[in-house]
Structures are given as C-alpha cells and as structure tokens.
Design a protein. Structure first.
Length: 235
C-alpha cells in the first residue's frame, strides 16, 4: 500500500518560476487591490478591469515554466499516492507532470459563463480552457452569457473544499509548501490531518501556525523538496 501524501501548495511553490507571490514585499496585492481585481464585488462593479487583470496573469503564465519543486512534487507520484491540493491558479503543477491536482481557487487558463449573483451553480462542462488567450467584454459563452474567469473570487464559496478535506483526512503525510496560511478555508485544511499523520511545512519565512505535528523545513521550495523527499524515504 503506497503512502498517501496530500500536498497543499501556495504561491511560494511557484516563486522560483518567477511568478510573484501575493503577500511578500512587492507581491501582487501590493500592486493591485484584490477587492477590485479578484472579488465578486469588483467583478460586478467593473468586469473589464477584472478581465484585464486575468489577461495579464495569463500572459505572465505563458512566459514562465515549472521549477524543480513542481518537478519534485510530480516525481513523488512514482513512489507514493500523491494528491496535490493547490490554492494556486497557475498551471505549473500540471505542466511539471502532476496528474492529480485539485485547484481550490480556480485556474487562470480557464473561463466559464457568468451566471449572475450566486455563481457557484456552474457545471464543469461549461468550464473550458482558453490557454493564454485574452478574454474581453462581449466575449460570450455558448449560453450567451459573458465569459468570466474560472477563479474563486473573494466573496465566493470554495466549491472543492469538501473533496480537499476528504483527501487530507486520509493522508499519512501532509506537506504544506509556500503558503502564508492567511486565506480561509484553504488555510485551515492541514488541521483535518489525522493525529497520526506527519505534517511538514516548507517555507523560508516564519508562518503563523502552532501545531506540534508540524516539522518546518525553513527553505525555499526547491531545496525544501529535496530535504522532504530524503526525509520521508530516508534515502
Ligand atoms: N519557496 C517557498 N515558499 C516561499 C518562497 C519560495 N521560494 N517564496 C515565498 N514563499 C512563501 C512566503 O514566505 C509565504 O509564506 O510563500 C508564501 C506566500 O504567501 P502568499 O503570497 O500569501 O500566497 P498564498 O498563501 O498562496 O495566498 C493564498 O490568497 O489572494 C489569495 O487566492 C489567493 O490563493 C491565494 C491565497
């Protein structure tokens, strides 16, 4: 029976690919107001501004590549039963070869029809991948509605949270890589780990968590993944 590992990633796992994080100095939320470009109220008030923001994120994503941390996470699939649960909306885990990736906050390269106020009742078959192309006001879905980013905006529910909790509850090992653990409910996910599970945290900075089960590997993601892999397989 392969060891079950749930890997909870945040923006820090993509930092060494050249994608900025959100809350480090100079991060994305230093440059833009998330309430204007990444919230449901911002979408209602000025959808063009939100579309432009995600068009820019798609352009950036086109220009970067997965780093050694993404590749190390993908390589773990050969030796363990791995489920990636990411807060990231980039596609770098998939491009590195990970085959089981659950995006809690949506995906930059995907769009879906805007369904109005309570917009989580969309069906997966209305979601489609446009790659790195731009979406503009007036670009309509097959159902005639304006296309919107397939992103969980601030103020919207996180539809995949239940599935993520189930995965973490079954895990033998939980690994958190590169998240400041400030945005709920994703930030509280590791707490669903069994008491017998081992929890590791890879982050070069201090992260506000107090849990005796956590081993903090105070390194960047690429070096941290080397240490983690050696530790759990005792090379
Ligand atoms: N390797 C590992 N971790 C790193 C690296 C690195 N090279 N560089 C920075 N970090 C760490 C930072 O120390 C920080 O703890 O990554 C974390 C990044 O935190 P945030 O920028 O807050 O990103 P994240 O936790 O993913 O944000 C969660 O907030 O705005 C929302 O939806 C958005 O998914 C995002 C959520």
């Amino acid at each position: 029976m392969k060891t079950k590992i749930s890997i909870l990633t945040g923006a820090g796992v993509s930092a060494e690919s050249g994608l900025g994080t959100y809350r480090d100095n100079g991060g994305l939320w230093d440059q833009y107001d998330p309430m204007e470009v990444a919230s449901i109220d911002g979408w209602r008030k000025n959808p063009g501004k939100v579309l432009d923001f995600y068009n820019m994120q798609r352009e950036k994503l086109r220009a970067v590549s997965p780093n050694a941390a993404h590749r190390a996470i993908a390589a773990l699939e050969e030796r363990a039963d791995v489920q990636v649960i990411t807060q990231n909306v980039d596609n770098l885990h998939e491009r590195a070869g990970s085959t089981r990736v659950l995006h809690l906050h949506g995906e930059t390269t995907k769009v879906r029809p805007d369904q109005g106020l309570y917009d989580i009742n969309f069906s997966e078959d209305e979601v489609f991948d446009i790659g790195y192309e731009a979406v503009r006001l007036g670009d309509m879905a097959p159902n005639g509605n304006q296309l919107r980013p397939h992103i969980v905006f601030f103020g919207e529910a996180v539809p995949k949270m239940e599935r993520a909790i189930e995965q973490v509850q079954q895990a033998d090992i939980v690994l958190i890589v590169g998240s400041s653990l400030q945005v709920y409910p994703a930030a509280g996910l590791y707490r669903y780990a069994r008491n017998t599970a081992r929890i590791f945290l890879i982050d070069p900075a201090e992260v506000p968590v107090r849990d005796p089960r956590i081993t903090h590997i105070r390194e960047k993601a690429t070096r941290g993944m080397e240490i983690f892999t050696e530790e759990i397989f005792k090379l």
